[in-house]
Design a protein around this ligand. Structure first.
Ligand code: DX5
Ligand code: ZN
Length: 209
């Protein structure tokens, strides 16, 4: 499995130092929250741009914001490689995904736990990543929702091989394995990696390398 550590669980006093410890990761996941779609407020484009200077790793920007179409261009310019938006956060999902691609990024759609996989049926032509949320978005350290395993399997049956299923929330070595068995190709992990003594070892464990 590909592994994307979530910077939400990194020490906010020294994000750059934390980032340098993640060289073995397949990419870096940034949870951008706006205090509107969810209560918390986290990273802005400026923070991501500053960290773009210190690594060439893939930056996977998860926009947990209302009306994400208003922010896509800023985050693309800040150095995002993948921009993921929530299906529930825009009235114009197809257009917004298309816009992400026109900005030169891979386009992802996130589904919160209550959102049906039917949502993705008519966006296959503009989506590269389906992010199945395995917790409710908003904070790190929540318990994995086992109800979402069935959704991962359903999504896997709907998509072609060039679309990646990623899972986000409550990921540890056991839940990562369960998601992989259902068809997930990558996972996001915050608490599991940053709560460990050795980030590289935790990443390798999730990746099953
Ligand atoms: C939740 C975020 C996740 C979160 C994962 O809103 O999208 O990326 O940081 O954290 P853990 O791995 O601790 O559940
Ligand atoms: Zn996330």
């Amino acid at each position: 499995m590909k592994v994307y550590p979530s910077m939400l669980s990194a020490n906010p006093c020294c994000l750059g130092d934390e980032l340098r410890e993640l060289a073995e990761a397949d990419g870096i996941h940034w949870d951008v929250m706006d205090g509107n779609f969810v209560n918390s407020i986290t990273f802005g484009a400026q923070i991501i741009k500053a960290h773009r200077e210190i690594t060439s790793q893939i930056f996977d920007v998860h926009l947990i914001v209302a009306n994400p179409e208003n922010h896509i261009e800023n985050f693309a310019k800040a150095g995002a490689d993948i921009i993921t938006i929530h299906a529930e956060a825009t009235a114009h999902l197809h257009a917004a995904l298309n816009f992400i691609k026109s900005c030169g990024c891979r386009a992802g759609v996130a589904l919160t736990p209550s959102t049906s996989p039917d949502f993705i049926q008519y966006i296959m032509d503009v989506v590269d990543v389906i992010l199945v949320m395995t917790v409710n978005p908003g904070r790190a350290g929540q318990s994995f929702l086992y109800s979402q395993l069935e959704k991962i399997r359903d999504v896997a049956e709907m998509i072609s091989d060039d679309i990646e299923i990623c899972v986000d929330g409550g990921i540890n070595s056991d839940t990562a394995k369960a998601c992989e068995q259902m068809g997930a190709a990558s996972c996001v992990a915050g608490s599991y990696i940053f709560g460990s003594d050795n980030y590289s070892a935790a990443i390798r464990e999730l990746a099953d390398k």
